[in-house]
Design a protein around this ligand. Structure first.
Ligand code: 5AD
Length: 361
């Protein structure tokens, strides 16, 4: 194994920082041997903070209407073939009730940027969930909104917010998104969310079209600066009704490697083994856990709408990612020496650390 690269992994492990050129080398010149070295260390770090616990979050995909037109996404506005749905408040609350009985203590409300869900409707929804499930964490994942909107939702009882930065580089961002959307707006939303006090999750797609090792290095520098509580990464997977349909999918290999590096960069971060990872490989999520991930997010949406929340082709939606198959998920995790736990699974990042980060704003 290349000695210099190994030394970079050691530096990352002890100092939790690398220079841009160092990131580029680590990513560009990786080998299977070096990956194993990273995974070993990542597992040790993860075990130190989280033992063999795997946290679960119940994902409720409550609307697939979206005003945006991201070139990679299957629920983009211009996909006329997407069969649109929107869950009612009652349906969403039923998902939470079912999820609570299954042992979920975090609900992730994820949706497209759907104008129907005004601040008023969202605040009402969040308040109701907060009242009915006081011991649960409420996570929102509903895209870009104003500072005041984020603030109102936080005050209504939302604790966490997931918003992937997608790619840090403005030019790369503009190749994946229509001109109305920008990398800087996206990043500003994340700083706003932090300032308001949310626990924040960000992330990006691995192997998205035109992505370079330089882009991934910049993503790592951004993660270091933002210091989010969660980082969600998964392979890009083409969707047949999108402009990027002919681009190849990101690989399992690179996604796992980056998961390991992120664990070393942000030791206490919550790192999901994502649905996209489970989609490109039947053992993807197990391998993600073994590379340093510590969260899985099974689907709590009503079974009849799952087939419509298709961000990419072949998305798994009936297997063990389904909440009903919690037993199967537990068995899979047990088989690799891990156990699913049911508490809220708050990030170990302290408020103090969060405050320190807010000074970047
Ligand atoms: N492949 C993989 N991930 C995708 N996402 C959207 N479209 C795709 C795709 N084709 C991811 C984006 C978004 C998250 C909800 O899903 O990163 O932020």
């Amino acid at each position: 194994m290349e000695k210099n690269l190994k030394a970079l992994v050691d530096k990352l492990e002890t100092r939790h920082t690398l220079l841009r050129d160092e990131w580029i080398s680590l990513i560009r010149w990786r080998t299977p041997l070096l990956s194993d070295y990273v995974f070993q260390k990542a597992r040790a770090v993860r075990q130190h903070f989280y033992g063999k616990d795997v946290y679960i979050r119940g994902l409720i995909e409550f609307t697939n209407y979206c005003k945006n037109d991201c070139y990679y996404c299957g629920i983009r506005r211009s996909n006329p073939k997407a069969h649109r749905y929107r869950l009612s408040k009652e349906q969403i609350l039923n998902c939470c009730t079912d999820g609570y009985e299954l042992g979920f203590r975090t609900f992730v409300l994820q949706g497209g940027e759907d104008g129907y869900f005004t601040d008023e409707r969202m605040v009402d929804l969040v308040k109701t969930i907060r009242q009915e499930f006081p011991d649960c964490a409420i996570t929102l994942s509903i895209g870009e909104r104003s500072y005041d909107s984020y603030k109102a939702l936080f005050e209504a009882g939302a604790d966490r917010y997931l918003l992937r930065h997608e790619t840090w580089d403005a030019e790369h961002y503009s190749r994946l998104h229509p001109p109305q959307l920008s990398a800087s707006d996206r990043q500003q939303c994340l700083w706003n969310l932090k300032e308001i006090g949310y626990q924040v999750g960000t992330g990006y797609m691995v192997g998205s079209p035109w992505q370079t090792p330089e882009n991934l290095a910049d993503d790592m520098l951004f993660l270091e600066k933002l210091n989010p509580q969660m980082v969600g990464i998964g392979p890009f997977i083409p969707h047949c009704n999108t402009p990027l349909k002919d681009h190849p999918a990101g690989t399992l290999e690179l996604t796992l490697y980056l998961l390991g590096l992120i664990r070393l960069l942000l030791p206490k971060v919550l790192l999901p083994a994502t649905t996209a990872l489970g989609t490109i490989d039947p053992r993807g999520r197990e391998l993600g856990i073994l590379a340093g991930a510590n969260v899985v997010m099974p689907n709590l949406s009503p079974v009849n709408v799952r087939k419509d929340y298709l961000l990419y082709d072949n998305k798994i939606c009936t297997g063990s990612e389904a909440a009903e198959c919690r037993e199967d998920l537990e068995n899979r995790m047990r088989a690799i020496g891990y156990q699913v736990v049911t508490h809220r699974g708050d990030s170990l990042n302290t408020n103090q650390e969060r405050e320190r980060n807010n000074r970047y704003v």
